[in-house]
Design a protein around this ligand. Sequence first.
Ligand SMILES: Nc1ncnc2c1ncn2[C@@H]1O[C@H](COP(=O)(O)OP(=O)(O)O)[C@@H](O)[C@H]1O
Ligand SMILES: O=P(O)(O)OC[C@H](O)[C@H](O)CO
Length: 549
Amino acid sequence: MADRDIIIGIDAGTSVIKAVAFTLNGTQVGTSAVLNSYDTAPDGAATQDMARTWADCARALRGLQDKVDDLSARVAALAVTGQGDGTWLVGADNRPVTDAWLWLDARAARTTTDLAAKPQNAARFAATGTALNTCQMGAQMAHMDQHCPDLLDRAEAALHCKDWLYLNLTGERATDPSEASFTFGDFRTRQYDDDVIAALGLTHRRALLPQIIDGTRVTHPLSAKAAGETGLPEGTPVSLGYVDMVMTALGAGVHTGDAGTACSTIGSTGVHMRAVTSDDVHLTDGAQSGYVICLPAPNMVTQVQTNMAATLNIDWALRMAADLMSETGHPHDYADLVGRIDGWMGRSTPGALLYQPYVSEAGERGPMVNPNARAGFIGLAAHHRFADLMRGVVEGLGMAARDCYAAMNTGSGGDMPSELRITGGAARSPALRAVLAACVEAPVRVSTREEAGAAGCAMMAAVAIGAYPDMDACIAEWVTPLLGDAEQPDPLLTETYAGLYPAYAAARDALTPVWDQLAEHRRASHERQLETNERSLDAGPVTASTKGS
Ligand SMILES: Nc1ncnc2c1ncn2[C@@H]1O[C@H](COP(=O)(O)OP(=O)(O)O)[C@@H](O)[C@H]1O
Ligand SMILES: O=P(O)(O)OC[C@H](O)[C@H](O)CO
């Protein structure tokens, strides 16, 4: 029998579910990916079929066998991470209670605002280090408890995405220390906290919260059923990873022991992180914002500010172009449009426009929490063309990153990092990297690690099975050697963005009442629409949902 020399990391993202094979010392040897999708509805719902998600995960694992010779005989361990937040309710016989509510679901917006205004919310923030937002399971369960309690009545466990996959892989209902503590617990103890649960009004639902296990120490064996569905050997140790945001950052270099560094993921969502010890966490004064997410290393956490939407803004702009092309009968290829971004950046003037990248239907969560925030350009003039708009969008992502680091009170007064490690799809663009470097006034480095999220959780499995004595030893082989060269910020660009940032921040504050008025307008017209629909039920079905991915 061949040596067991492969660890498989599963990263179940919002847009793609990937299974990635690594050797024990971190060389990537194969990837298998399955496209993911979710449903949206006018009331703000963003949901995903739980059974299909597991089936897609199993399909990705089966697909990996075609990419790696003799995989089944060589696999030493599996690990799983996935999209964070959201609510994946499991009932009798481990069956889904309903479709999962994703982190993109905006239905809990009002409940979130109400809970955040209560005096108990201060103690909740002090323990979790995390501002309440509509993405989180705590807010979503509180909303369900008030508006659709039958869902919780029928549930036996409230899981996150990766926990649902772990349940299907091993038969164990469990969650990890990161999501448990930023949602319902304390990042210092990595345990649930009764005051936090009470502040969310969920004490009577406490039994729904599963056991917390740390995948660097505990594994469970792959069940016979899962072995049948994935083609991997029964009994293979499975490690439950932390939430994908921190797995990606771990794989991309957020914690290599170098002082002052930070890591930003510029994918669908934008995640900006600095690794600190839990004693060094400085929570924001005044308005609450951000997350504190534990790292799978003793006493280490990340201070996090996260933009709801990062490349979703780029995709929005490209889809506008693609729609127009389709309408005029011109075939378009999305990959071709993405490939043109750097060309458009080269033909446009830096700092000509402001773009607020709050394009998510659920508003923004970093550095301010505002479900009503929406995207927009400021400063348009008649001579601006598509290239200028695209530059504006990319610069908006840079400004948003600066805004997040400026709000991150790490004891250094919101100083920018001394070096920024970046990952996520948009890190492929040299022009975008230059914008980021100039906006945060720091050199950027891109890891050659292709699948940082899958690597992050595979690293946990590597420690769990004893391939490394601890996470630091694993980082030294899996992460540090893969960091690319530093790309220095251009002085002129830096000056331009430093000059523009105060206007970006002022616009964000000034538009708050406008966003509130627009939200009220949307709510009223949605209610009018519902009344109209009720009156015209006889006239046939109404289209209520769309697909996203
Ligand atoms: N060369 C590029 N330049 C700019 N943006 C890019 C480039 N390649 C990919 N992207 C953006 O990155 C996105 C995918 O990022 P990724 O991190 O893979 O997504 P996710 O966060 O959903 O896992 C694409 O939708 C696209 O907007
Ligand atoms: O699916 P991706 O974009 O990889 O991750 C989503 C995050 O986990 C989410 O933003 C958590 O709220």
